[in-house]
Design a protein around this ligand. Structure first.
Ligand SMILES: Cc1cc2nc3c(=O)[nH]c(=O)nc-3n(C[C@H](O)[C@H](O)[C@H](O)COP(=O)(O)OP(=O)(O)OC[C@H]3O[C@@H](n4cnc5c(N)ncnc54)[C@H](O)[C@@H]3O)c2cc1C
Length: 345
């Protein structure tokens, strides 16, 4: 494990909020590790902030060989005027082959700004990536309204910069790895360090990304009573509630609960789509779900072609029956009569 070597490093920008690393940064470290292991490259975590050194061990156990630590009070919060030149200067010094950013609000601002400063490309919202033997990064993105997947390459410029949406890759299981941390002096652009005041409003992170069971409603669930049923189903299953674009537009769910191309990507064990037609822009967000169950009153709905189990019927009747069975099962398991099992439906 040596010094950063030109064109042999995959860098991951680690976003942190108040001393906590964002989940997407750990997911990216796990993916970078997989890519680096195939090519004997090195994974470097770029950690910037105020008093954040204590995060280094978790970055190393998540896949980093080396952590570049940039600590300065003015880096406490992400700032569009400071972070891009600081990261660009680091790239110009060490010249990594690849740099990955989470497609969070900060990452979506930082990645293209850095790319412009170091005069390279930026592939936004990649859902997968592969590293070729010659170091070329195949950056796979949904194209034409997610109707197909396109592969973007950056043949003539380095680093190859990409953003990846939260939930796109699994978070690595904590392991025991060794690595080291190197403190990098922060070179701030002249005249830009004064910050009179900062108001920090963090968007509530969605609980969907980590949920093992997700119940989602669509345009077919058109009433308060209907959404109450879905909330109840999610509660009984100890899952989370999400929805499609029309559910958001109608105000039934919050922005961070929308699933799909312009919402979040999830990977639950069980995904229950209620009154959702299965349009590609929605289903691209649940590609990694282990089991998909669809409830829809139209037997020809495309959602059934993409589901493991389909229930044709009015969701109000179906969900009411499901709730009854689930409540009976959980009562029996509490009373010790039966082991809890979904087979009793
Ligand atoms: C660039 C772009 C990005 C987009 N991004 C997203 C995204 O991130 N997420 C997203 O979800 N969408 C997204 N969309 C919108 C997407 O194309 C679809 O319009 C949307 O997903 C459809 O939502 P839906 O399935 O809830 O509604 P609909 O397509 O209207 O389907 C409603 C379904 O409910 C069923 N139904 C009706 N009544 C009942 C009942 N009583 N019981 C059971 N079933 C019933 C119907 O049979 C129908 O299948 C995007 C579109 C574009 C162009």
């Amino acid at each position: 494990m040596g010094k950063a070597v030109r064109d042999r490093d995959i860098w991951v920008f680690v976003e942190q909020h108040q001393g906590e690393p964002c989940s997407v940064s750990l997911e990216l470290l796990g993916k970078a590790r997989q890519l680096a292991d195939k090519t004997c490259w090195q994974v470097v975590a770029i950690l910037a902030g105020r008093d954040v050194e204590s995060l280094s061990p978790v970055l190393i156990t998540s896949g980093a060989d080396l952590v570049y630590l940039l600590e300065h009070p003015v880096l406490e919060y992400y700032r569009s005027d400071l972070y891009p030149p600081v990261i660009a200067r680091l790239i110009q010094k060490y010249r990594p082959a690849v740099m990955l950013f989470g497609a969070s609000a900060a990452g979506r601002d930082l990645a293209p700004s850095v790319a412009a400063l170091v005069k390279t490309g930026c592939a936004a919202d990649c859902c997968d990536m592969e590293l070729e033997a010659d170091g070329g990064l195949l950056q796979i993105v949904p194209a034409f309204g997610s109707q197909m997947m396109a592969t973007i390459v950056t043949p003539a410029h380095r680093p190859q910069i990409a953003t990846v949406r939260p939930g796109g890759f699994s978070r690595p299981a904590p392991g025991s790895r060794e690595g080291r941390t190197e403190r990098i002096p922060v070179e701030l652009p002249a005249g830009k360090i004064r910050l009179a005041d900062a108001v920090w409003e963090q968007m509530q992170p969605s609980s969907l990304a980590a949920a093992r069971i997700v119940v989602a409603g669509g345009a077919g669930v058109g009433s308060r009573e209907g959404w109450d049923l879905l909330h109840e189903l999610a509660d009984v299953l100890r899952g989370s509630l999400g929805g499609s674009r029309p559910a958001l537009d109608a105000g039934w769910i919050e922005e961070n609960q929308m699933i799909g191309q312009s919402g979040c990507t999830i990977r639950p064990d069980l995904y229950i789509a209620v009154g959702i037609s299965g349009d590609i822009q929605h289903m691209v967000g649940v590609r990694e779900a282990k089991v998909i169950v669809a409830i829809n009153n139209n037997p020809l709905s495309p959602v059934f072609r993409q589901s493991d189990y389909g229930i044709v019927g009015d969701y109000r009747e179906v969900v009411t029956v499901l709730l009854k069975s689930l409540k009976r099962l959980s009562k029996e398991s509490i009373l010790g009569k039966k082991k809890p099992s979904y087979k009793g439906f």
